[in-house]
Design a protein around this ligand. Sequence first.
Ligand SMILES: [Zn+2]
Ligand SMILES: [Zn+2]
Length: 175
Amino acid sequence: MRIRTQCRGCGLPFPAVLTSETAELACPNCGQIRPVSRQGWTDGPDGRVETCPLCGCRHLYRQRDFNRALGCGLVVLGALLVPWTFGLSLAVCGLIDLWLYRRLKDVVVCYQCDTVYRDARPGPRQTEVDLLKHDVLKYGKTWEPTQGPSAEDPHHPGPLLPASPPSAGRRGGLG
Ligand SMILES: [Zn+2]
Ligand SMILES: [Zn+2]
C-alpha cells in the first residue's frame, strides 16, 4: 500500500509503503517513529482502508489522485497558445485535462491525519470530502466563534519556523 503522509514531529510530508509486516513508520527527515496498526485495512490490488492504520481514525474520504499543478498548467498552456491556434488549444488542453482527470483512480484519505492511501479502493461509506466533518475531526468541535488568537494546534507544529537573526532590531548604529 503506497501512502503519502505527514510527520507529526517535523511536519514534513513523505511517501512510504505499508505492507502487512510494517509495524512502524519512521520519518526520513527527523526519524520520529509512528506505530502502524495491522488491523482495519487490507493490502493488495483491491486494498481497503476502514480504519486509518496511522492514527486509528475511522473516517476516511475519497479523492481523485490528480496532480492539480499539472491540470492548471495544461489550462494555462492552452490559454497561452490561443492567439496562434484561434482558441483551439484551450479546448484541446481542456480535453486532455478532463481525460487525465477521468482516467485517474480514486484514493482514500484520512480525515484526521490527512494520510493518502494511494492503493486503496474507496468503500461505499467513503464519499467525497465533507469539509465540516474534516474540520470537526481535525480541529475539534467549535460551536461558538472563538475570539482572539486560536489555541495552539498540536497537530501543526509549524514546520517552517521563521529564522530570526539574533541581533535583529538594531538600527542605525554604525559602531
Ligand atoms: Zn519528521
Ligand atoms: Zn489517519
